[in-house]
Design a protein around this ligand. Structure first.
Ligand code: BG6
Length: 488
């Protein structure tokens, strides 16, 4: 029998950007669902801040509407919605003007209660908002600061942000969200590796040929063109989500899973990544940008048309051959790939084992495929182990690929919660394991930066790929050069 999660301490959630997209789509639905499951004590309050000029009633009405859009119908309960919206209030604030701040100061009257300052706003404001919180005496020992990615757009800006927020909050109070770490399937990766014995002896360069990590999306950039065109897939997905997945695949077993141990081990992986610098970038990294095509049978425009940015050189696709330079992984490439407007939405990790050393079944040469463990993160969480079996029947031994399939939906008979549900409760509990520590973020930027530098040259152009495909052909060539291929 599974246990219902216990309540967390009462908290004041103070959401900067309270009328924004992230609050509507993710944060408030996640808090609603935690309320529905009894995890929020009655005193928990959510104070939304924005420049929208709404009163409490107007904000509550707005969020009622948003919940019906972003929470699945079967999960909406009128009584819980009423209880939840009663926790909400709205303060109109311009961070440089005093008016809104005095209202906030008045509202935050319990210094003992956990305070969660959630900055669902641009990273250029992280430092200034922290400073203003301190100016108004709002930062208590039980306060936490939650920062959304991206933390900066390069190493220098990340250092600047980390210094600015670090001048106000202790590192243990800062929770840098990478929502991939809150996905059930990503946490399960740790459990699969370390709560089972059979994988760990094989999990190294002796048995593994290479690793592939793919996060492909069929959606385009949509209304996020303003942000995305400044960012691109390398900053938006690789610097954080894909490198975090790589860390979880490659890290050494921590002594136990708690507080700093997991983050210590992930940091070592980031620091062991072989730098890709100068001309090496042209060989080991592929940038692409979607052109018109068909997605799910529907015609879609190019990135440049969709974002109204003709001539943009922002990449919507990246493939990289990375290497972790340590004893366990010497010589094992980690191929990373992410893109928008790809053929389908899928995130998966493929662990490709080495081929058998000697074909011993007569006539079987070339018919035995190496084992492959596929860990599917989304849309359907599960795991498949590709093996070789004997085809039933007389007349010799014929080898056939078969797979052992584990579907989590089937095994556990329920849907996984959204990543934000878990992460927000961890913030209140003060558990930092699933958040990025300052040194991790900086190590990730350190690795990514030479690639950004190479791409900042005036002649750099991402390779076009038709929407609805698996990216530019150069990404296929990247693996073919190593006599390997992406599993399609
Ligand atoms: C976000 C990126 O961090 O992750 C988006 O900014 C991307 O561009 C999203 O679409 C993907 O998240 P998920 O959970 O849908 O895989």
């Amino acid at each position: 029998m599974s246990q219902a999660p216990g309540p967390v301490p009462a908290a004041d959630f103070v959401v900067f950007g309270g009328t924004g997209d992230l609050a509507a789509r993710k944060l408030l639905p996640a808090l609603y669902l935690r309320d529905r499951d009894g995890q929020l004590p009655p005193e928990t309050r959510i104070i939304a801040l924005s420049r929208a000029g709404l009163d409490d009633g107007g904000y509550r009405d707005k969020i009622r509407g948003e919940l019906s859009r972003f929470v699945r119908t079967g999960e909406l309960d009128d009584a819980v919605v009423d209880r939840f919206v009663a926790r909400l209030s709205h303060v109109s604030i311009d961070i440089e003007h005093e008016e809104g701040w005095s209202i906030l100061v008045e509202k935050l009257d319990d210094d003992e209660r956990v305070r969660v300052f959630y900055l669902a706003i641009g990273p250029d404001l992280f430092g200034r908002v922290s400073e203003r919180l301190a100016d108004h005496g709002l930062v208590t020992p039980s306060s936490r600061l939650v920062l959304e990615k991206p933390i900066g757009h390069d190493l220098a800006s990340a250092l600047e942000i980390n210094d600015a927020v670090g001048a106000v909050f202790e590192e243990h109070q800062i929770f840098r969200i990478d929502h991939y770490l809150g996905k059930e399937s990503v946490q399960n990766l740790l459990v699969t590796r370390f709560a089972n014995t059979f994988l760990e002896p094989l999990w190294n360069a002796n048995c593994i040929d290479h690793v592939q990590i793919t996060a492909s999306e069929s959606i385009g950039v949509g209304s996020r063109g303003g942000y995305y065109d400044q960012s691109g897939a390398l900053r938006d997905m690789i610097q954080n989500h894909l490198l975090q997945l790589l860390c979880l695949v490659a890290m050494e077993p921590p002594t136990y899973v708690g507080k700093e141990n997991v983050r210590d081990e992930k940091l070592k992986v980031l620091q062991a990544l072989r730098p890709i610098v100068g001309e090496e970038v042209d060989r080991s990294v592929v940038a692409g940008q979607y052109s018109p095509g068909l997605v799910d049978g529907e015609p879609v425009p190019s990135y440049q048309t969709e974002t109204e940015r003709p001539g943009s050189t922002t990449e919507t696709f990246v493939a990289i051959k990375a290497e972790v330079q340590n004893w366990r992984w010497a010589g094992v490439p980690f191929y990373l790939r992410t893109g928008k407007r790809m053929e389908r939405r899928i995130s998966e990790i493929v662990i490709q084992f080495k081929a058998v050393p000697h074909p011993m079944f007569p006539g079987s040469e070339g018919t035995s495929e190496p084992n492959r463990l596929v860990i599917q993160l989304q849309p359907d969480e599960g795991m498949r182990l590709h093996m070789t079996a004997k085809e039933p029947g007389p007349g010799g031994i014929r080898l056939r690929p078969v797979s052992l399939d584990l579907s989590y939906a089937h095994a556990f008979q329920r849907q996984s919660p959204d990543a934000y549900e878990r992460l927000l409760m961890d913030v209140v509990r003060g558990n930092p394991t699933l958040f990025m520590r300052r040194d991790e973020v900086e190590a990730a930027w350190t690795w990514v930066e030479p690639i950004l530098d190479r791409w900042s040259r005036p002649d750099h152009r991402p390779r076009p790929y038709p929407s609805g495909t698996n990216g530019p052909s150069a990404a296929t060539t990247l693996l073919e050069r190593d006599s390997r291929s992406w599993p399609e």
